[in-house]
Design a protein around this ligand. Sequence first.
Ligand code: HEC
Length: 255
Amino acid sequence: MANPSPNHPDLDESINVPEVHAALRDDSIAAGREKSIRENGMEPVGLIMLIPCALILLLGGSVLGKGGNLFGYNELFKEGYMRAPAPGGEEIVLPPGPALSLFSKEGAKVYGKCIGCHGSDGAGGNGIPPLAGSEWVTGNTDQLSQIIIHGLKGPVSVAGVDYNNNMPAMGEGLGPKELAFIMTYIRNEWGNEASLVTPEMGAAALEIAKLRGSDQVDVVELKNNHDKMLPGEPLSPESLVDPETLEPVEQPAAE
Ligand code: HEC
């Protein structure tokens, strides 16, 4: 019989390997059934503690949920509350301003629709006529409004130069105010000088536009039907208008 190898005790023939393994397996199963012992302070909580705690939490939750005024928003919110003005500061009311500059400011925004063709300097180019120095722009507002709303086709002479091109209808999305402001803007920009167009006149332009089809206007039609000013009370460039609504104000706010 050879000496058992210290590294391989199972080679010792006196050991019954299946027996030893079986014993090991039984042990591990038994160990698994055993409740493991927790460290001090980590023992599981007994039901006798758990149930009262759960009840307290439930009760607390219902108190918070519908519990009258304990945490009620209505306690903090005072009916008719108004924030007091900051010390030394009254509410800021923008003063009325002159109609021309306020209308033009709005009109400049609408001009974004035209700028691609007529240019930021209103000089046109590439077969597109200028708005600067154009008698169509500073002339009769009925004509001008219908060019903008319906577009323009065919031969047209602008500041002594002949054009024969095509402008698409630009009326889409333009209400009475936008029309008034874009016309006021181009009539008074780049050295142009002409009367203001009011939202009332803009509304009249839309009414006139409705009476014809939606195809582009041409010079003949403009001369025949639209060679006049839009109806409406004129507004002087310096008249004061409200900076928010752009409606005329009665009195200069003297305070
Ligand atoms: C796609 C290019 C294009 C756009 C955008 C455009 N136009 Fe025109 N516009 C033209 C062309 C081209 C003519 C000349 C049409 C012709 O020859 O019959 C013209 C002519 C005019 C005229 C008459 C002639 C003149 O030069 O005075 C006015 C006024 C005018 N446009 C204003 C406007 C305004 C305002 C807008 C923006 C709301 C606008 N256009 C947008 C291309 C354009």
